[in-house]
Design a protein around this ligand. Structure first.
Ligand code: HEM
Length: 424
């Protein structure tokens, strides 16, 4: 075990430009091979109040080790992003479920767990499908649209809003606050800082909670207002924290996976054709899309004591970044990791897009999978010849990987045509 911060080559992983054209996969491959746990100094333009640098964890086995040891690797201490203030201040990060440790985390998660059981998620399938059908109906005849703005955005935002109980007229505003909080991209954020966005959303949600106290409804916000844990009512600020976490975590992630997924399929037309020919392969394809291009590049933990990881001595207080985009392409964990193959099947696709396991593993994984499967089933079932109709624009972020705009064109397929084709 070495007692120096092992840093055999430069990475620039703290620099936004490194992600401007997509994840730095060649760099990640080198790190996995030569320095699977390595230190990077903070870039010169980080303020002195930030941490001096961070450890980078790039292999699947070590990502899992860190994720499953929340006592040694805290989410609360330094937040869950590479820089504590990357998406809102540390205080804001600590207010949501993913930024909590121990009993407080268990209490928050325990209160909303029930809304995400496999049974509850299955119940949502028909409403998600109806929403996707209507969303597609609105653009189908024109033969062109923006994948993110016209399809993925409306589907994902309305699904989350309906589950939580956000009135239709308020959804666009909440969506913009979420984008501003998570991406940090100036254009999307519209000049709003992450803290301001989450503060505005929290204030709005507080109002909604109070309103539901007077007029209860069949939604998660009413349930949260009534929630108790071990017989105690949940403090109001925790209710707001749960709500903002769900909204923030559930939207950009799923939107990002849809845009990354369709672009990947367009780059691999043989794989897209397989899905057109046999749509029963779509659930397995969704796993491969999640593995190939996870929407969250990384998560971060902070060491609570001196510890050792892959032969490196990590000091108490050191920041530890787990790169999910790297670990999901680790050939030690996945065969032919550098091949995008929708036929590999779920069991051959042990990706870490939803985290490396452990207590913070994505609570909405079942719902996300449902939305993604329905999205691709409906889109591919009702269109042919999907093509790019302009240049996709990436979100400028080293935390969220996805696009703000993806113009596409396609040939609509009527249900009649599908029926005729299948009876021919
Ligand atoms: C493709 C879509 C999604 C991806 C890739 C994704 C990924 C992730 C990741 C990587 C984490 C952190 C795991 C860790 O640090 O161990 C996480 C946490 C979380 N996700 Fe997701 N997520 C997605 C969709 C959703 C949806 C739809 C919801 C909610 C409705 C959701 C709710 C949450 C929550 C509440 C947490 C925090 C869990 C905790 O701290 O205990 N996510 N997600």
């Amino acid at each position: 075990m070495t007692d120096s911060r092992y840093s055999p080559f430069e990475t620039h992983l703290g620099d936004l430009d490194t992600f401007a054209d997509g994840p730095p996969h060649a760099l990640f491959a080198r790190m996995r091979d030569e320095a699977p746990v390595m230190w990077a100094d903070a870039p010169a333009d980080w303020p002195a109040s930030d941490q001096p640098g961070f450890w980078n964890v790039t292999r699947a086995e070590h990502v899992e080790q860190v994720s499953k040891d929340p006592v040694t690797y805290s989410s609360w201490f330094g937040g869950f992003t590479m820089r504590s203030n990357e998406i809102g201040s540390l205080e804001v990060q600590r207010s949501v479920m993913i930024g909590k440790d121990g009993a407080e985390h268990v209490r928050m998660r325990g209160t909303v767990n029930k809304a995400f059981t496999p049974w509850r998620v299955r119940e949502l399938e028909s409403s998600v499908r109806t929403r996707m059908t209507r969303t597609l109906d609105a653009v189908l005849d024109s033969g062109r649209c923006d994948l993110v703005l016209d399809l993925a955005g409306p589907l994902v935002t309305s699904t989350m809003s309906e589950l939580l109980g956000v009135p239709e007229g308020d959804r666009g505003q909440l969506d913009r606050w979420t984008d501003a909080f998570l991406s940090g991209d100036d254009e999307i954020a519209g000049g709003m800082r992450g803290d301001e966005a989450l503060g505005a959303a929290a204030e709005y949600l507080m109002g909604l909670l109070l309103e539901r106290e007077q007029h209860p409804a069949e939604d998660l916000i009413t349930a949260l207002g009534l929630a108790t844990y071990n017989g105690e009512p949940m403090p109001r600020e925790e209710q707001v924290g749960v709500f903002s976490q769900l909204f923030a975590a559930g939207i950009d992630s799923t939107k990002g996976t849809i845009s990354n997924g369709l672009l990947t399929l367009l780059e691999h037309p043989d794989q897209l054709e397989l899905l057109h020919q046999d749509p029963t392969m779509i659930p397995a394809a969704v796993e491969e899309i999640l593995r190939w291009s996870p929407p969250f590049t990384h998560q971060r933990r902070t060491a609570t004591c001196d510890t050792e990881l892959a032969g490196q001595l990590i000091h108490e207080g050191d920041s530890v970044v787990i790169w999910l985009q790297s670990s999901s392409r680790d050939s030690r964990a996945i065969e032919r990791a550098d091949t995008f193959d929708v036929t590999r099947g779920q069991r051959q696709c042990p990706h870490q897009a939803f985290g490396g396991g452990g207590r913070h593993f994505c609570l909405g994984a079942g719902l996300a999978r449902l939305e993604l499967i329905v999205f691709f089933e409906e889109l591919l079932g009702r269109t042919r010849d999907i093509q790019l109709a302009g240049s996709p624009e990436r979100i400028r972020s080293c935390f969220v990987d996805g696009y703000k705009r993806v113009p596409i064109s396609f040939t609509p397929v009527r249900h009649r045509d599908v029926a005729a084709a299948s009876s021919a």
